[in-house]
Design a protein around this ligand. Structure first.
Ligand SMILES: CC(C)(COP(=O)(O)OP(=O)(O)OC[C@H]1O[C@@H](n2cnc3c(N)ncnc32)[C@H](O)[C@@H]1OP(=O)(O)O)[C@@H](O)C(=O)NCCC(=O)NCCS
Length: 343
């Protein structure tokens, strides 16, 4: 059985920076820089321009990851695209991104399979477990795994929606997961879900238990009330469960490998809330230099947070071959996951 390792990392964030003060001054949200920073650690986020969708953000990150792996799209056997903000209800953003690579128009067309993963903030780790398993089974040599979000299109950037909209930003990260005979790469992943809390962090938009799935007005136009159109979140319940599940998941991967948290060289947290991550870090006794954050600059980019962090750490020279790298995430579903990789 080959090992599966991350052979390339990449990221893309749109150029427009929206600071906490911009939320107040440009969007008229009754909030403050101090309120947001104190509770979340977020100072700014990026918003993509009109006309740019999630697949396009993913495409930019994917090109970066392929270049970093020294591969071209023709080397890729499968695309896994993790997002909670897909361009359309269907088809998935994976096929839209595949189309941007024009692989079906090559002299020798390549119809790369594309799988969308819908596991919100845990999407990248669900995708990493999937991509690694595809590689370890021998079914694929190189899998292109993308986490991308265009949140700004579906945020209620008003005082009504401030609890959710002040947290999220746009961005994309990508990795290539490749086969190797070397003794490195994925050591252990764990995933979990607790569907009892499905509606505690949820954006419904429609409801297929009803016919039609969106209420129609007298002219036959769909009406989506704000409580369905935008995400709702029980912030305190999310906070409590995130802390608990992330600690348990990290202990699980460490004990499986016979190591303690102290043996981790770098820990990459999903970037949802600086306070959640600091609490978990403290419980595990990890020093600051082993933990990377970028939530201050990008906010929560959901499926993109961990691959963006990996790409930034690699470019900064902080992530080096041989390091023991842990990743952990928690999000809507509730879902969670953790992975331990020898870089
Ligand atoms: C979202 C979160 C920061 C809210 O903090 P909190 O202390 O729980 O705040 P509450 O939701 O209880 O709201 C307290 C007050 O602050 C207000 N408030 C919420 N967002 C605000 C904002 N951006 N600016 C100013 N006030 C805000 C609320 O309206 C509420 O006002 P009220 O008491 O007059 O009704 C916090 O619950 C959290 O971080 N949870 C985890 C969220 C997360 O990580 N989500 C992503 C998961 S993947």
């Amino acid at each position: 059985m080959p090992n599966a390792y991350i052979s390339g990392t990449g990221y893309y964030v749109p150029p427009t920076i929206v600071t906490n003060d911009d939320l107040v001054e440009t969007y008229g949200v009754e909030t403050s820089h101090e309120w947001i920073v104190k509770r979340t650690g977020i100072e700014a986020r990026r918003f993509a321009e009109d006309g740019v969708g999630t697949a396009e953000l993913g495409f930019e990150a994917a090109k970066d990851a392929l270049a970093s792996a020294g591969l071209t799209i023709s080397d890729i056997d499968m695309i896994v695209f993790a997002t909670l903000s897909p361009d359309y209800a269907f088809p998935g953003s994976g096929v839209l991104m595949q189309r941007m690579f024009k692989v079906a128009e090559l002299e020798t067309p390549k119809f790369i399979p594309a799988l969308d993963v819908r596991n919100q903030c845990s999407g990248f780790l669900y995708g990493l477990a999937t991509a690694s398993s595809m590689v370890q089974s021998g079914g694929c040599k190189h899998v292109l795994l993308v986490g991308a979000e265009k949140h700004s299109a579906a945020l209620d950037i008003t005082t009504r929606g401030r609890t959710v909209s002040s947290l999220f930003g746009d961005g994309a990260g990508a990795v290539v997961v490749s086969a190797t005979d070397e003794d490195r790469g994925m050591r252990k992943w764990t995933l979990g879900a607790d569907g009892r809390h499905a509606e505690e962090l949820c954006q419904k938009v429609w409801d297929t238990s009803k016919r039609p799935f969106i209420t129609l007005d007298e002219n036959g136009n769909g009406i989506v009330p704000p409580e369905d159109m935008f995400a709702n979140m029980n912030g305190r319940l999310v906070f409590k469960n995130a802390v608990e599940k992330m600690i348990v998941a990290l202990w699980e991967i460490c004990s499986d490998q016979g190591i303690g948290p102290n043996d981790i060289d770098m820990l990459f947290f999903h970037q949802a809330n600086m306070r959640i991550n600091q609490y978990v870090q403290k419980q595990l006794g990890l020093p600051d230099e082993k933990v990377m954050h970028n939530i201050d600059r990008y906010g929560n980019t959901t499926a993109a947070t961990i691959p963006i962090l990996l790409a930034e750490a690699e470019r900064d020279g902080k992530l080096k071959p041989g390091m023991k790298v842990a990743m952990v995430a928690f999000g809507s579903g509730f879902t969670w996951g953790a992975a331990l990789v020898d870089w």
